[in-house]
Design a protein around this ligand. Structure first.
Ligand code: E4P
Length: 216
């Protein structure tokens, strides 16, 4: 399972890279705004900065919602850097655009996916990644991991190439649940990734080993 970090914060991206487990980055317009990145040129520069930090794929989201606009924006984003994957919303025009961009050899990440039906459409359109939002489903009393498992099963059954990128991850258990059901990728903030490290028995065990080693 690949680990992507879900942020536009360069320091957090560097910290995850430094840990040696980072496979890519996802961003969205809200995450870019949170870092104060505004204006077309600043946004483009920021994507290039992110690509220069990580080795893997970097999802950059379009803000257009019409077919022509998504294609135009998608091509501009894809031209920025070979690591860029164009993130397109799961709407009617988005599905058409994913098909078109795929035919032009541009990789896509179909975002804002909340049902198996939407995931089937994304795969049929040729999306490189599909992003079902676990946390936002959990927020409305719907089991997010159940959707991840359902999509993984459908994609395996039909041998779709589209990778299941579990998004809207809120905590470490989400990551573990995604691993249990076979998600291809999880994208999450830095804290849940670091949370995987922690166990009190590791800390107390290490403390004892070091204390015993230092006994005279
Ligand atoms: C990533 O692709 C999504 O944009 C992101 O995971 C959404 O997460 P949120 O529900 O915490 O905003």
């Amino acid at each position: 399972m690949k680990f992507f970090i879900d942020t536009a914060n360069l320091n957090q991206i560097r910290e995850a890279m430094d840990l040696g487990i980072l496979d890519g980055v996802t961003t969205n317009p809200s995450l870019m705004a949170k870092e104060g990145i505004r204006g077309e040129e600043n946004v483009k520069k920021h994507y290039i900065d992110i690509c220069n930090i990580v080795d893997g794929d970097v999802s950059a989201e379009v803000i257009s919602t019409d077919f022509e606009g998504i294609i135009r924006e998608g091509k501009i984003l894809a031209d920025l850097h070979p690591q860029i994957v164009v993130k397109v919303p799961m709407i009617r025009e988005g599905v058409k655009a994913i098909r078109h961009l795929t035919q032009e050899g541009i990789r896509t990440n179909c975002t804002l996916v909340f049902s198996a039906g939407q995931a089937i459409l994304a795969a049929k359109a040729g999306a490189t990644y599909v992003s079902p939002f676990m946390g936002r489903l959990d927020d409305i009393s719907t089991d997010g991991v159940e959707l991840i498992a359902q999509i993984v099963d459908i994609y395996r059954y039909y041998e779709f190439d589209t990778q299941v990128l579990a998004a809207s991850i809120r905590h470490t258990m989400h990551i573990i649940q995604c691993a249990e059901v076979g998600a291809d990728v999880v994208t999450c903030p830095l804290q849940p990734i670091l949370g995987l490290l922690r166990h009190p028995l590791t800390d107390s065990g290490l403390e004892k080993f070091l204390a015993d080693h230092n006994k005279k």
